[in-house]
Ligand binder design. Structure first.
Ligand SMILES: Cc1cc2nc3c(=O)[nH]c(=O)nc-3n(C[C@H](O)[C@H](O)[C@H](O)COP(=O)(O)OP(=O)(O)OC[C@H]3O[C@@H](n4cnc5c(N)ncnc54)[C@H](O)[C@@H]3O)c2cc1C
Length: 158
């Protein structure tokens, strides 16, 4: 269940005149995230080391362009060809279509003895779903710290 109209969360890429830009997370570090490197290979994606020689330019909030010396990463940071969104797309393609439910902001999870009740609420409408098991992308301790209820801060969304 995903609150937004798209999967990927903070991973967000935008295309402009044929160039892909990562607007959220951009780098992974194969040396310290071997699992990510393996996942990328398993999905048939390709990465490349971040070019970090020379100078970098960025725009300050007042519109000024500033030039700074490049800042090599240690260990080396890698980028994904086609942007991080290729990772999201690759994972999403592995799931049956009906599994992903967009526009489903979860507002409440209630742990019962043999099942979990999940309340989804949007624009004043509320729906209750029942599941034998739940896997949440929220950190598990805060979610279940106050059994049987947990109300994520994001709720309600319109
Ligand atoms: C600008 C920026 C740059 C970054 N750069 C890097 C980087 O280079 N390398 C790196 O490793 N990390 C980077 N990060 C950190 C990285 O983005 C996060 O660690 C990572 O995205 C967290 O993934 P997540 O799935 O836990 O959360 P998210 O990506 O935030 O995904 C959470 C998902 O849950 C959904 N959701 C939330 N509440 C509810 C609800 N109540 N009901 C239903 N759905 C809900 C959200 O809509 C979202 O889709 C960066 C972050 C930002 C913002």
């Amino acid at each position: 269940m995903e609150a937004r109209d798209r999967v990927g969360g903070r991973i967000l890429c935008s295309s402009y005149h044929g160039y892909d830009a990562d607007l959220g997370p951009s780098w992974y570090w194969p040396a310290i995230n071997p699992g990510v490197g393996k996942l990328i290979r398993d999905l048939g994606l390709t990465g490349y080391p971040q070019y970090d020689k020379g100078y970098g330019r960025f725009q300050t909030p007042d519109g000024q362009a500033r030039t700074i010396p490049g800042y090599p990463m240690e260990p080396e940071g890698w980028r994904l060809s086609g942007g991080m969104i290729t990772l999201v797309d690759g994972l999403a393609q592995r799931l049956p279509k009906e599994v992903v439910r967009l526009h489903h902001p979860v507002c409440e999870m209630k742990r019962m003895t043999d099942h979990v009740e999940v309340r989804v609420e949007k624009a004043g409408e509320s729906a209750r779903k029942v599941s034998r098991r739940i896997r949440s992308s929220w950190p598990s301790r805060p979610v279940w710290r106050q059994p049987p209820f947990y109300l994520p801060r994001i709720c309600p969304m319109s």
